[in-house]
Design a protein around this ligand. Structure first.
Ligand code: MN3
Length: 201
């Protein structure tokens, strides 16, 4: 089995009250687990691809077999997206980005509040299910994008630094239709140290 569900680095209740424990339990233990299972199933008859990492598969997605490409986009993408999502959240993390990322955010957006506004705007404009991202390109330039479904920025040659899940399963139990409230609250649990580390990778 190429992929396994990563354990959370914190308790499912640790992000309360911003992200509730029931949402975390279902999101991690059911939704993410299903992406892992379905990614592994898609690779069942493709042993040559089983040694590739999620990043490698997504980077070379156009070279994967037609018969499984959409399953890989959905499920390897879902696995990679959620793995990053859990990592960039933490209880009681730094409230602002530092180092090279902090400088890049100041230079590109003006300040972190403008970055947050851009991420929230992209998340609000995402019709249906998807993600809002802060990404870096190969030159280190950063920008905000949104992707539908589980499409990964890695497929576009971009490095995801921060991503917020705007599928209803990420917020509906606590926030119902109030995606804006979820997005506003989510910034309280962002792990800026990890986001900055992603920029350095
Ligand atoms: Mn999700």
């Amino acid at each position: 089995m190429p992929f396994t569900l990563p354990a959370l680095a914190y308790d499912v209740a640790a992000l309360e009250p911003h992200i509730d424990a029931q949402t975390m339990t279902i999101h991690h233990g059911k939704h993410h687990a299903a992406y892992v299972t379905n990614a592994n199933n898609a690779l069942n008859d493709h042993s040559a691809l089983q040694s590739l990492s999620a990043v490698e598969l997504l980077s070379k997605i156009t070279e994967t077999p037609d018969s499984i490409r959409q399953a890989l986009i959905n499920n390897v993408g879902g696995h990679a997206n959620h793995t990053l999502f859990w990592e960039i959240m933490t209880p009681g993390g730094a409230t602002a980005p530092s180092g090279a990322l902090g400088a890049a955010i100041s230079a590109t957006f003006g300040d972190v509040d403008k970055l947050k506004a851009a991420i929230n705007d992209a998340g609000m404009k995402r019709f249906g299910s998807g993600w809002s991202w802060l990404v870096a390109d190969a030159s280190g330039a950063i920008k905000v994008i949104s992707t539908p479904n589980q499409d990964s920025p890695i497929m576009q040659g971009l490095t995801p630094l921060l991503g917020v899940d705007v599928w209803e399963h990420a917020y509906y139990l606590k926030y119902q239709n109030r995606r804006a409230d979820y997005l506003a609250a989510w910034w309280s649990v962002v792990n800026w140290d990890m986001v900055a580390r992603n920029y350095g990778r």
